[in-house]
Design a protein around this ligand. Structure first.
Ligand SMILES: [Fe+2]
Length: 181
């Protein structure tokens, strides 16, 4: 049976994997925002629980690396722990607004579709985009800031994909996600 852990168990996994406190604080901030977004879109308890637990665990791979492979490593850690495959895929697909299999291969990751597809996958990926860091603490960014940051790194495709995801979720939520703090 695949597991959907409680909040407390998720936090214990992060500690057991020796995730830095900064990462744990980030995961908790992403969970808070992801749930706020999700509750604007659905009352489905199953989806809300998946969003919560996957948001808490999305960066568990940062216990080993901060490179993009942390998404794959995180998914592998959770697979070994027997977690529900839906949580594992949310973790694996949380980078930016997703990465095509060909793009994943080009940056040295396995040739694997890492584009968020389900509602829960999309919400966690984008809540993560909107939570960055300021003075060592999690901070809420607007879409404009996130897109500008991507473009400043030359990531035009990623910036455009993030804008599309932001618009899609804003439509579903009937509010611009920038209004949800
Ligand atoms: Fe991450």
């Amino acid at each position: 049976m695949s597991k959907i852990p409680s909040v407390e168990i998720c936090l214990s996994y992060l500690a057991e994997e020796n995730c830095p406190n900064k990462v744990i604080d980030h995961c908790m901030a992403v969970e808070t925002l992801a749930l706020k977004i999700a509750m604007r879109i659905t009352q489905d308890e199953g989806i809300l629980t998946l969003v919560s637990r996957a948001a808490l665990l999305h960066d568990i791979g940062r216990s080993q690396t901060h490179g993009p492979e942390h998404a794959i490593i995180g998914a592998d850690i959770l697979r070994k722990r027997g977690l529900d495959e839906r949580i594992i895929l949310i973790v694996e697909r949380h980078l930016g607004a997703g990465i095509l299999a060909s793009e994943a291969r080009d940056i040295g990751l396995p040739y694997r579709n890492m584009i968020p597809e389900t509602l829960a996958e999309k919400i966690v990926a984008h809540a993560d985009n909107l939570i960055t860091e300021k003075n060592q603490a999690p901070a809420r960014w607007t879409l404009a800031l996130v897109a500008a940051r991507e473009r400043s790194k030359g990531h035009e495709k990623q910036a455009a994909r993030i804008e599309i995801l932001h618009r899609e979720l804003s439509e579903l939520a009937s509010i611009d996600l920038d209004e949800i703090r």
